[in-house]
Design a protein around this ligand. Structure first.
Ligand code: TYD
Length: 208
């Protein structure tokens, strides 16, 4: 089973993913926790280029292709082999981030974006996607306070608002795959809800 976390910057999804994985391992499941952009040695090198605050000249098409190059490596080197071995894979961001950030955020052609994403992933889609929804302002404030500021965080507030809207469109298109959580709640409350949803889905998949 392939589970992804999505959400605006500062939504708390990385912490939620880590806590979920610790819980699943405690329950005896083999789990891979990974993230995008990155996950593999090659992908982590691409991540440094993407996050570098000095790369202000980066064209949106360059940005798109760098994300996809990291993703292609990630799918082939890490995600697929683990899924084939029967592990659960939990990924902090995946293809939906491209649609939300580059598609809705940068307002680039969604049809073409879906084509490059399909090419990069070889068609691999998550079974379940957990969206942590927070206001763009709240997310950015959390990020600025945390000192983990990167090149993409530095886009203007309107960009981050479009990203949030974009996620809500993606949820409407495929409501079976997505579950939305209110990321303004205390982290423990969110985590309890996340565990409940994931365990219910795991049990349902076993029964099938
Ligand atoms: P990261 O430090 O991982 O941020 P976060 O903790 O919010 O996940 O940086 C990843 C940034 O890259 C984040 O701003 C979202 C963005 N991104 C895209 O724009 N497109 C993509 O396809 C992916 C995977 C991430």
């Amino acid at each position: 089973m392939f589970i992804t976390f999505e959400g605006p910057d500062g939504s708390g999804k990385s912490t939620q993913a880590q806590r979920l994985v610790a819980y699943l391992r405690q329950q005896g499941y083999p789990v891979l926790l990974t993230r995008e952009p990155g996950g593999t040695p090659i992908g982590e090198q691409v991540r440094l280029i993407l996050n570098n605050l000095e790369n202000t000249a980066m064209h949106p098409r360059t940005e798109i292709l760098l994300f996809q190059s990291a993703r292609a490596q990630h799918v082939e080197e890490l995600i697929k082999p683990h899924l084939d071995q029967g592990a659960l894979v939990v990924c902090d961001r995946y293809a939906d981030s491209t649609l939300a950030y580059q598609g809705y955020g940068h307002q680039l052609d969604l049809i073409r974006l879906r084509q490059v994403v399909e090419y990069a992933t070889g068609g691999l889609k998550p079974d379940l996607t957990l969206l942590l929804d927070v206001d763009a302002e709240v997310g950015l404030k959390r990020r600025a306070g945390g000192g983990d500021w990167n090149r993409l965080d530095a886009y203007e507030l309107a960009f981050h608002k479009r990203v949030r809207e974009g996620y809500s469109h993606l949820v409407k298109e495929d409501p079976q795959r997505w579950v939305v959580f209110d990321g303004n709640q205390p982290p423990d409350v969110v985590q309890a809800q996340v565990r409940q949803v994931v365990m219910a889905r795991i049990i349902k998949m076993h029964v099938k």
